[in-house]
Design a protein around this ligand. Sequence first.
Ligand SMILES: Cc1cc2nc3c(=O)[nH]c(=O)nc-3n(C[C@H](O)[C@H](O)[C@H](O)COP(=O)(O)OP(=O)(O)OC[C@H]3O[C@@H](n4cnc5c(N)ncnc54)[C@H](O)[C@@H]3O)c2cc1C
Length: 422
Amino acid sequence: MKFDTIIIGGGLSGLISGIQLSKQGQRCVIISSGQSALHFSSGSFDLLNALPDGKSVNKPLEAIGELIEQAPAHPYAKLGTSKFAQLTEEAETFLQDTGIPTKGKAEQNHYRITPMGTLKPTWLTLEDHLQGENANRIQWKKVGIFNVTGFLDFYTQFIVDELAKIGTTCTTHLINFPALERLRKNPTEMRSVNIARVFDNQDNLNELVRQIKAERGDCEIIALPAIVGLSRKDALAYLQKEIGKPVYLLPTLPPSVPGIQVQQQLRARFQEAGGVFMLGDIVLRAEKEGDRISRVYTNNHGDIPFTGKNVILATGSYFSQGLIADPERVYEPIFNLDVTYSRNREQWYSRDAFEAQPYQTFGVKTDKDFRGVQNGKPIENLYVSGAILEGFNAIKEGCGAGVSILSALYVADRISSKQEML
Ligand SMILES: Cc1cc2nc3c(=O)[nH]c(=O)nc-3n(C[C@H](O)[C@H](O)[C@H](O)COP(=O)(O)OP(=O)(O)OC[C@H]3O[C@@H](n4cnc5c(N)ncnc54)[C@H](O)[C@@H]3O)c2cc1C
């Protein structure tokens, strides 16, 4: 099977480079073994919330110089200051154009509300999510929170308590009706995605409107856990129109309905642009000719190879098995690329769970063009993007989605400019 670019991994990073390259007329395939980190997403994309030394960051564009000094192997350091700024702008437009409207700008972090009700800095938040103006304030003073009876992945009281600390009063309301009762018979079925499927049905959405209208009182806005809009993107707009008040979503514990919706939207856009998405297949190995990857083999296609002028490795970190840790080493399982990690296992983690964990920064080494390195030498046509990269700590630095998005855009740009030169 012949393609211009073979992309391994269909998460945020692989999908973004796939869309960029397909839109330019390249024939691309994304081979993806399964779910991605988006299925667990908060509904916000982080760019840079803190420097490696722990200093918090409010203005990522201004802090990037200091980050590069502190962490020269960081993916943002490879981009450099001006490319970093250019790509953040490109990313904001890209999401908008792809049908994923967000609020926020790279110039200044804003605040998202966590499932525990606290406020955390971030870069972009899905437009329909409730946000904070700063660390101590949301725009609204009276919020009506509506939850579904028996839904345990949403802690209403924590949110009420935390918002009260910053001067917002909440009333809480429970919703129930026969379609939800049926789910409730088996408590394990009461998960966000299953509830969202109930609200994809128009009659059920109408019943939700009826119950909210009956109880909405004098609150300024309605807040719901993110359990609507799985398959219908207009669900929230419909609720707002029918209820006559602004309606916002609050994040739940995983799985994340908004994250799955982003994944579906990206995949749809990739396929509309002519890309081929193969879900449920695993890339097992590859062959090289000289310093190029010549063939890629998957579980489902056996001896039939995938060939392409370029390959992008976007298989994520430990979570998605892009990186594997065994008792002796951390390795990349498809190409056996060079991985940065400490040989001394004691240095993989800190015993203080709240400290930055060194293993988080382990990842695949690349050259300045994000080409994977094998035995110290870059592979000519193998690019690496996303969570698998070395040199950053997505949790402590709050930069996970930023690294995945910016490196994807950069890699797509490298591949297309190389094609133009041929
Ligand atoms: C649980 C979790 C939640 C997160 N939430 C947030 C958040 O809310 N905000 C934020 O800014 N950042 C978050 N992050 C950071 C996150 O890493 C990035 O935001 C980003 O989504 C990662 O995207 P990715 O495409 O690089 O990797 P992934 O999303 O991990 O995708 C990798 C894909 O590669 C596939 N794959 C792996 N190996 C193979 C193979 N051999 N063959 C074929 N396919 C393969 C996997 O199935 C998966 O689909 C989160 C990370 C995790 C782990």
